[in-house]
Ligand binder design. Sequence first.
Ligand code: UD1
Ligand code: UDP
Length: 376
Amino acid sequence: MSSSEKLRVLLVFGTRPEAIKMCPLVNELRSQPDDFEVKVCVTGQHREMLDQVLSAFRVAPDYDLSIMKPNQTLFDITSNALLGLKNVIESANPDIVLVHGDTTTSFAAALAAFYLGVPIGHVEAGLRTRNLSSPWPEEMNRQAVDVMSSIYFAPTDQAKRNLLNESKPIEAIYVTGNTGIDALRTTVREDYQNEILDWADGSRLILITAHRRENLGAPMHSMFRAIRRVIEERPDVKAVYPIHMNPAVRKAAHGELDSCDRLRIIDPLEVLDFHNIMARSFLILTDSGGIQEEAPSLGKPVLVMRDTTERPEGVAAGTLKLVGTEEDAIYRSAVDLLDDEAAYREMANASNPYGDGFACRRIASILSSWAAGTRQ
Ligand code: UD1
Ligand code: UDP
């Protein structure tokens, strides 16, 4: 690369949460056309839920592998993404490939770049549970991506410490904040209105999401039964559940929750709607990763229906509580917050352990310095 050349950056992502956290970075890099030549490849691991985000952030991919198929397995996603990305990376010929987080798309994209000898930058590097079964297979994905990466964009000091504990070179690790908070800065609006909020007016609104692979089956049924008990016993509570497109999740949710009057199961929300409804909800019950980062900024208590979390910063800040997937434990934690004002207030503290909303700007500046370093 000569000193006059722009840095050729290829960003690869494929699922909803990666898109929400990478589109702000795409737009930041594209706003600096003198420094960066930006290409975007989506694997299409998700289809509808990915397209919703691309259109919200007005990002048009340069390459779309369109790999999603019904009941896709990890073998399908990994092999189709890996083979498709070989061609894309060879054709785009980037100086660096940026991947995000811990999905199978991220793992396959990093592996493709690694095989082709292209440096990898890992956005949201260093998150760990150190339990390869939880979340599965994400803990393996994120550790493997970090093994292959050359630059680490760690969202927090804790993530940086995790990387240092694994002997990753300190000069390659940058604490940037989480790009998901950048997205949140642009979506939440004072004057937001929605029919769901009209329906819930006068009630305390619980926002629900659930989709983790390791929770499919018995744990998910027990999560839903706990939620049903809470809603049935508390007449001043309503709940909205924008449901993941996974048919296995949908079947379990409809089976357990359709008879619940004050709970509405709806299609996945556009990110702007989701963030605004989150900002106006009373309580969040979820097994999602990204929501654990967004809710503390909004001061919304979250009961995390998982056994482990790679986001201990939100637990330390007091906004997240890890409640597992047992029916009684979830039920008790939820009614405690509904019935005990002091306990609720203690959790409903806005804090920003995941950054100030300017992570993308920092990543762009680090990439510029990295490019200058590689030119010397
Ligand atoms: C994936 C990620 C997970 C992330 C989650 C975010 C892996 C292994 N898992 O899990 O880390 O938390 O995305 O949501 O990478 N589907 C659709 N339309 C869509 C999206 C999904 O129909 O827009 C259906 C497909 O039938 C698919 C199923 O959902 O078979 C599951 O999707 P998949 O990407 O395989 O796994 P997720 O559970 O979404
Ligand atoms: N989200 C959304 N619409 C919805 C539900 C969630 O836009 O109906 C957003 C949410 O704000 C967060 C992200 O999707 O930014 C979380 O994605 P998901 O739970 O699918 O994946 P995870 O974060 O667990 O990997």
